[in-house]
Each structure stands twice: as C-alpha cells, then as structure tokens.
Design a binder for this molecule. Structure first.
Ligand code: ZN
Length: 201
C-alpha cells in the first residue's frame, strides 16, 4: 500500500539522516503520527530553533549559540594550548575528558578519495591563530585512522616554521575508532600521553 503523500514525505525526509534506512524512517514517522500534537510540535520547534540559533565560532569553528563560543571566551582556560580536532562532536568528547585549553575544529579530514584536501579544512585560520603568538603547544587530536593520520601530518607541516610545539595525542584509543565514541578516561589518557611530532612521525 502506498502511504499518503504527507507521510511518504516525512519518511523520505528521515531517510536523508545518517544511519536511517527505510524501516527506521517508517517507524519514526508512524511514532510521530501516534504522538500527541504537543510532542510533534516540540520536535519540529526544536529542529527549527537549533537551525536558527546555532552558528560557527569565528575563532575555533565549533558550533555555538554565541560568537566567540563560551570556550573561546572563557579567560579561565589555559589559553596557551590548542587542541586540534576534526569536528564539533570531538569538542564535546574532550570537554567530558576535562580538557581545559582551547580548541580548533578543522571541519573534516583530508580524504584524497573524496577529493577533500588540506585547503578545504580550516588549517589556514589555525596557522593564523598560531602566528599571532602566545601559544606554547598545539596538540593534534585527529582520529586514529588513515584520514586522521594524513590530516595530522598536514597540520604538522603547516605549523613547522611557526614558533610552537606540535604534539599528537597518544594511541590510547584503538586504531580505526573515533574520538566521538571514546570514553572520557581514554581521551584523558591519550592527552596525558601525547608525543612530540617530528618529521617522519
Ligand atoms: Zn570558539
């Protein structure tokens, strides 16, 4: 049986979400059909409010409702250290691990197969932040996989001639896994065990 057009439209919309196939999309749509008007309206309003209020921080590129974000604006944090991550979700993971320095979000990783090169990331704005001075250390916390390693090398090369120590978090996290799914203790260990990056590393 074909679904009514409005139901089919919602199912199609859910299917554009990561990890949602036809069956899950149908289940979500039918759940919302049975839900109260209030419940359905709250979901729709939360989605619209998020889209209207969230911006990218002009300093570190993470998502925020203010610019600069609360982390960049916080004078009590260690402002001499920047942790470089791939995406805003990684910032959330390291906040759980009590990182108290600053961040720089690259907004992706180098992936030659998908045509993503270093110039598509926010590496130049990172280099500008470093060139402004006042930093002791840049810690690269890209994912421990092929793309993350390649990205980390690009960061190291871009910052090589600047006056800052570049380190990489330790491999406490299993190779091939993702920062965002690592627990706080693992991330804290990886931070503590970070190692200096040198040529050929
Ligand atoms: Zn920020």
């Amino acid at each position: 049986m074909a679904y009514p057009a409005s139901v089919a439209r919602l199912i199609d919309a859910f299917k554009t979400l990561p990890g949602v196939g036809t069956r899950t999309a149908e289940r979500l749509a039918f759940h919302l059909l049975r839900a109260s008007d209030d419940e359905a309206r709250q979901l729709a309003e939360a989605l619209l409010a998020m889209r209207a209020s969230v911006v990218a921080c002009s300093v570190c590129n993470t998502i925020s409702e203010s610019d600069p974000c609360p982390i960049c604006a916080d004078e009590s944090r260690d402002r001499s250290r920047i942790l470089v991550v791939e995406q805003p979700r990684d910032v959330a993971a390291f906040e759980q691990a009590n990182w108290d320095g600053l961040y720089h979000v690259l907004l992706g990783h180098v992936n030659p197969l998908e045509g993503v090169e270093a110039r598509h990331l926010t590496m130049e704005s990172l280099a500008e932040r470093v060139a402004r001075g006042g930093l002791r250390e840049v810690i690269v916390a890209t994912n421990p996989d092929y793309e993350g390693d390649a990205t980390s090398l690009h960061v190291q090369r871009r910052l090589r001639d600047l006056d800052v120590t570049v380190t990489r978090i330790a491999r406490g996290i299993a190779s091939g896994s993702a920062i965002e799914y690592s627990n706080a203790a693992m991330l804290a260990d990886a931070l503590t065990g970070r190692v200096a990056m040198d040529e050929g590393a």
